[in-house]
Design a protein around this ligand. Structure first.
Ligand code: PXG
Length: 290
């Protein structure tokens, strides 16, 4: 496997980051996870826009243009002979001293990993997953806006540990007032009487690329989609619940905190949306051959 790091493609065994990199010392950095579908890098432009916006929030200057990043990503995907896969793109503050001041880190570290994707088992799409609501709450947007896809994922990881402990696949994270925000690595949608609702990102959610795609598809199919706050009451009471993310695409949720959702099996709106999402994905992005 070849890894792109700071301008060079090197073997996996040589792709190393210093223990003095503030990405390691402080989680000071930003990242993206991107899918490749049949030679098409899914919505690369949107992913790069989000990466640049995340970096701007933490005042991190990415030492290349989006065009240069696009070329580096394509080069990495080609070098690994991938037509389907998963790209992990990271930009950290770079090497500094042991203090946290980012001014002492002159050059950011940029890395690109392109690997095979570990798909979710088909069984999860056929039968749905069980999720719990986490006790750990989402930090307020004024503390660290979760729209920033930063290398600080401990809030999400704490929630995922709760899911693991409960034997569930995912955890729903609530804000300090009890409004549903998102899951640990996915956005969430509820469906009630044919209307889709997903939490607004201002509550403290990542604006998922998959979330955006699902909203577009649903609206094009003539469905009403709302971005408005809701609580666990609306989740338990929904006809359908599903989560969205780059790795997951759309995954149906059939049980939340022990309550059966709808009829306890993946619903028709979920199935239509997943089918349409998968139909469109291989043509919605940057082709590696062109
Ligand atoms: N919320 C959070 C907190 C995320 O990390 C999403 C929503 C969905 O966004 P996209 O743009 O992917 O539709 C994410 C996704 C993984 C993985 O391996 C995914 C994410 C982060 C870490 C790992 O699936 N981000």
């Amino acid at each position: 496997m070849k890894i792109w790091i700071d301008g060079q493609l090197v073997d996996k065994s040589e792709a190393k980051i210093s223990v003095f990199d503030h990405g390691v010392l402080y989680g000071d950095g930003v990242f993206e996870g991107i899918r490749i579908y049949d030679g098409c890098i899914y919505r690369l432009e949107q992913h790069l826009d989000r990466l640049w916006s995340s970096a701007k929030y933490i005042k991190l200057t990415i030492p290349m243009t989006q065009e240069e990043m696009t070329r580096a990503i394509i080069e990495t995907v080609r070098a690994n002979g991938l037509r389907d896969g998963y790209i992990r793109l990271g930009v950290t503050r770079g090497i500094g001293d042991l203090g946290l001041n980012p001014n002492n880190c002159p050059s950011p570290t940029v890395f690109i990993i392109a690997d095979q994707i570990r798909l979710f088992p088909q069984e999860l799409y056929d039968n749905g997953i069980e999720v719990i609501s986490a006790a750990v709450q989402r930090q307020p947007v004024s503390a660290l806006n979760p729209r920033v896809k930063s290398c600080n994922y401990l809030n999400n990881i704490l929630a995922r540990i709760e899911a693991n402990n409960a034997g569930a696949h995912e955890a729903i994270i609530l804000d300090l007032r009890g409004f549903v925000v998102e899951c640990t690595a996915d956005n969430i949608f509820v469906v009630r009487r044919g209307v889709l609702t997903t939490p607004p990102v201002y509550l403290g959610a990542l604006r998922g690329i998959t979330r955006d795609a699902v909203i577009e598809i649903a609206r094009e199919q003539g469905r009403e989609v709302r971005e408005e706050p809701f609580t666990l009451y609306e989740v338990y009471d929904a006809d359908e619940v599903f989560v969205t993310g780059t790795a997951a695409e759309l995954v149906p949720v059939v049980k939340v905190d022990g309550r059966t959702i709808g009829e306890g099996k993946p619903g028709p709106i979920f199935r239509h949306l997943l089918e349409e999402f998968r139909r469109r994905a291989p043509r919605d992005g940057v082709m590696i051959d062109s």
